[in-house]
Design a protein around this ligand. Structure first.
Ligand code: F6P
Length: 551
């Protein structure tokens, strides 16, 4: 399955879409008026998610051409290859099996001679036992006190997923047990995160797929020093590390070198990409926070979405259609960015999580056989929770000159029900969610503005063109299962786009250069004049400034 990708640009469907983009003029007002069946036809269910695609800039002809493109690009065949454990991560010659992390225990999947399901569930049970012992107080620190704070040390995929889910599932956390997260090598991050913590009741989880990431290992050493200093000289160092440090990694030998007891290490496998790993042992901090039962619900939600992606017919397949809509906007209508706007404060880290998922996956300029791509790839994903975004950047989406497709996400029930007298505040909040997609789709015509009595010279400034595409995603409530469904939905959207572009969505070679250069520049920063002389003029001058200013 690592042969040459189809060059989508050469397919008939691509030609047809190019033609359609040049000749059709989307008109959501007219489409809604003329086609009473549009909303019903374009409203789909995937697990517990209700997804309304009707406010997108597509008619039946465009949709059919997009589905033909998926067909001609071989999306379904590559999806099946991925799910079966073929090495679809071509540049690293690896299987891509994050979907196996949420298979039920009685599922069958053997990959490269290994019973993957048995491996996954063996580790899951260990993570669950650990989570239970921390939650019950059975696991104590070296001085015998129960753990009050779990600090996850990790970066990228070893941080963004757990922290996003910890925030999203706040109502499910156990009282008296807090999680904190350290990711940045900026020492301020560790200093602020450790502020106010008691070493006796703090447990660290060092999360790193490779256990070789400079930021994470540096922070782990910093935390070890903080712990040992805080516990004082009476405590045996090895005992302290054993009781206060656990690790999650695919490189268990390196974990032992750090001094962490291999019995306190949870493994995973090279077929789980970092940004696809929050449902592996990388989610241990989350499992501690919400407990094994809730964590299992998250996995079940992901699996439900995987099943939908695997088996729903193409014209009802939500990840497939959302991925194809993104292709339409990026490659045919010129969109460069995509907004994700959760109307749920608890999803405030969801856009940041999606940035790594989508942009590390699809920010590529060559295809999986090494040939250059022949069209634009990965758009910039960004967002903020509504209604904060409304009062910041929505102006540009409503009336700017750029096309910004946006996903709006909301829940029928609030996380924390609060009333202000007779006012249901959640209802007020959701009124904004409904109103925004309506305004973006249908705008306000000059005549409608005039009819409000607006002075003629202000009419154009107050006219909204509409036809700003949105997808609305709703669910009954932000439960662990629904969160899992949302995460898996975006994983599969990302996959669909990657296949159409013919790129390997599972490597990240672009990140490696920065890591290598940081090592190379390090000596120059710490005063090695020879190393400084080897730098380019700009870097030399910036380092010189730093050295002058540093006290
Ligand atoms: O940012 C690059 C990256 O390689 C990500 O893909 C990964 O999630 C992150 O670094 C952390 O890597 P690790 O889990 O190996 O420490």
């Amino acid at each position: 399955m690592t042969g040459a990708p189809v060059d989508s640009v050469t397919t008939d469907a691509w030609g047809e879409l190019t033609e359609l983009a040049a000749t059709s003029s989307p008109d959501l007002r007219a489409w809604f008026a003329d086609d009473p069946g549009r909303v019903e036809r374009l409203t789909l269910d995937a697990a517990d998610l209700r997804v309304d695609l009707s406010k997108n800039l597509v008619d039946e002809t465009v949709l059919a051409a997009l589905l033909a493109l998926a067909d001609q690009a071989g999306v379904a065949a590559r999806r099946d290859a991925m799910l079966a454990g073929e090495h679809v991560n071509a540049t690293e010659d690896r299987a891509v099996l994050h979907t196996a992390l949420r298979l039920p225990a009685d599922a069958q999947l053997e990959v490269d001679g290994q019973d993957v399901v048995a491996d996954v569930h063996e580790v899951l049970e260990r993570v669950y036992d650990f989570a239970r012992s921390v939650r019950s107080g059975e696991w104590t620190g070296v001085t015998g006190r129960r753990i009050a704070t779990v600090v996850n040390i990790g970066i990228g995929g070893s941080d963004l997923g757990p922290v996003m889910a910890y925030e999203a599932l706040a109502p499910y956390r156990q009282d008296g047990l807090e999680c904190r997260f350290i990711s940045n090598i900026d020492p301020t991050d560790a200093a602020m995160t450790l502020e106010g913590l008691d070493p006796e009741t703090t447990l660290f989880i060092v999360s790193s797929k490779t256990f070789g990431t400079l930021e994470t290992l540096t922070n782990a050493r910093l935390c070890r020093t903080w712990l040992l200093d805080g516990l004082g000289a009476d405590v045996d160092e090895a005992d302290a590390v054993r009781r206060h440090f656990v690790a999650v990694s695919t490189a268990l030998d390196k974990v032992a070198d750090f001094g962490i007891d291999p019995a306190n290490a949870f493994g995973f496998w090279d077929w789980v990409g970092g940004r696809y790993s929050m449902d592996s042992a990388i989610g241990t901090s989350l499992a501690v926070a919400i407990g094994p039962e809730r964590f299992a619900e998250l996995l079940a939600g992901m699996h439900a979405m995987d099943e939908h992606f695997r088996s729903a017919p193409a014209e009802r397949n939500v990840p497939l259609l959302m991925g194809l809509l993104n292709i339409w906007y990026v490659n045919f209508l010129g969109a460069e960015t995509h907004a994700v706007l959760p109307y749920a404060q608890l999803l405030h880290r969801f856009p940041a999580y999606l940035q790594q998922l989508t942009m590390e996956s699809n920010g590529k300029g060559v295809r999986w056989d090494g040939t250059p791509v022949s069209t634009d790839t990965g758009e910039v994903f960004w967002g903020e929770p509504g209604t904060n975004g409304q009062h910041a950047f929505y102006q540009l989406i409503h009336q700017g000159t750029r096309l910004v497709p946006a996903d709006f996400i909301a829940f029928a029930n609030p996380a924390f029900p609060l009333r202000d007298g007779d006012t249901d505040v959640h209802e007020l909040f959701l009124a904004n969610f409904f109103a925004q997609t309506k305004a973006l789709a249908f705008g306000r015509t000059a005549d409608e503005v005039r009819a409000e009595g607006v002075d003629e010279e202000l009419v154009s400034a107050r006219t909204f063109l509409g036809n700003r595409p949105t997808t609305s995603v709703m669910a009954p409530a932000l439960t662990p299962s629904v969160l899992g469904q949302l995460v898996a939905l975006y994983e599969h959207i990302t996959f669909v786009q990657g296949v159409v572009w013919g790129i390997d969505s599972f490597d990240q070679w672009g990140v490696e250069l920065g890591k290598q250069l940081a090592q190379q520049v390090g000596p120059a920063v710490s005063g090695d004049d020879e190393a400084l002389a080897e730098q380019d003029a700009s870097t030399r001058s910036l380092i010189a400034y730093y050295r002058e200013q540093r006290r």
